[in-house]
Design a binder for this molecule. Structure first.
Ligand code: PHB
Length: 392
């Protein structure tokens, strides 16, 4: 019975192929993208931003590419790796997705990488930013950023701008370790000194005791990495502990002053200098159009760097499918992704063909009040920065 059914199926496929039916049949099937994001829990702001960016791209560019309809399947992983992995598995096996995408935190991307490899499913990391993620599977590409990209730029800037002693304060997980390591090496190679290294818990951190340690060390500046969303609680404690009044400057990667929450941080945020790849205040026609459309579609919500990476993640998928003529074969799609280059709202970007990681401008920005709102105003541009952790 089994054999006979198998024979019939094989026969039917062979017949369809012989009659030239397989191509049009495939063309009618939609391409499914499994978007897995933290939509609940402490990192829900990341999920909300990435989803909004991805949906905006689709609403601007339509839901058909190379003759194939695109279908976005969104699932909430609440920011927990077990759930991300289980969801990815279900999406590959049951929903037959052609892409996995999203990944709001590094551990969630790490948990999924073996599935990407086994199933040969192109996996687009739109948020997580530990350098090594793209090395965990040849089927991973990234549209967010890497912590070394941002940390080296601000490390050099600090050493060149009169900052001599720094305390580093980072969330205690992989991207925090990347930020600490690459900031410290750039800063000390250029003459700076790290006086203390502090790790704070990732979940529900109470920053107060750690900021007291920073104050007691009285450095010229504190370098900070906390993931998107955590900056509000950090800034409140920075103000309440009087670090600014004590003459301690705040520098970091741009995550601590993310545009989604910056406006509510108040005066304590003014003067914060960070290195990052996206500011809502980026001055370009592409960004003006993006910000207007994003706000209009999301009740006035400002896009942050997560929103733009969701938007660009969809841009990457669309362009790859155009190149393959709608073919979703994992290996062909990954070949098509390598070397893609386009103008994002953040500036020119490309996918490094060797590493599948993003190459992009990094900007030094300072928080300023413009027309009564707080913005990360870009002051200096470093062009086409590759992930320094993968160079050489
Ligand atoms: C990460 O977990 O990789 C991550 C999350 C949020 C950020 C940056 C990195 O803002």
């Amino acid at each position: 019975m089994m054999d006979r059914r198998r024979f019939l199926t094989v026969g039917a496929i062979a017949l369809a192929a012989g009659l030239g039916l397989s191509a049009p049949a495939a063309a009618q099937e939609s391409v499914k993208i499994g978007l897995i994001l933290p939509m609940t829990g402490p990192f829900a702001s990341t999920g909300r931003q990435v989803e909004a960016g991805a949906r905006l791209y689709m609403s601007k560019h339509g839901d058909t590419v190379a003759g194939r309809k695109i279908e976005l399947l969104l699932k909430d992983d609440a920011g927990t790796p077990d759930q991300t992995k289980r969801t990815a598995q279900e999406m590959v096996v049951n929903d037959k997705v052609s892409f996995l995408a999203g990944f709001g935190l590094t551990p969630l991307a790490f948990a999924t990488a073996p599935i990407s490899t086994q199933a040969k499913v192109p996996t687009i990391v739109m948020a997580a930013a530990t350098s090594s993620i793209t090395e965990k599977s040849p089927f991973i590409a990234r549209t967010s950023f890497t912590l070394p990209q941002a940390s080296v730029i601000i490390g050099e800037w600090a050493a060149e701008n009169g900052i001599k002693k720094v305390v580093t304060l980072v969330s205690d997980y992989a991207p925090g370790a990347d930020a600490q390591k690459w900031f410290a090496s750039a800063f000390t190679e250029n003459g700076g000194e790290i006086v203390e290294e502090i790790q704070v818990p990732l979940r529900n951190p109470d920053f107060a005791p750690f900021l007291q340690r920073v104050k007691d060390a009285s450095p010229d500046a504190v370098f900070v990495f906390v993931p998107s969303g955590a900056g509000a609680a950090f800034m409140k404690q920075f103000r309440d502990r009087g670090l600014g009044e004590a003459g301690i400057r705040l520098i970091g990667t741009g995550d601590v002053v993310d545009d989604d929450i910056l406006n509510d941080m108040g005066e304590a945020a003014l003067g914060t200098v960070t290195a990052h790849h996206y500011s809502v205040a980026h001055d370009s026609p592409e960004n003006d159009a993006f910000v207007k459309a994003f706000k209009a579609a999301n009740d006035g919500m400002r896009p942050n760097f997560m929103g733009v990476a969701g938007y660009d993640g969809m841009a990457l998928i669309y362009q790859a499918l155009e190149k393959t003529g709608g073919d979703t074969d994992g290996e062909k799609v990954m070949e098509a992704i390598k070397g893609l280059a386009w103008t994002s709202p953040r500036g020119p970007i490309s996918i490094d063909p060797k590493t599948r990681d993003i190459v992009q401008n990094m900007y030094i920005r300072e928080v300023k009040s413009v027309d009564g709102e707080l913005y990360n105003v870009e002051q200096e541009t470093f062009e086409a920065v590759k992930d320094p952790a993968k160079e050489g």
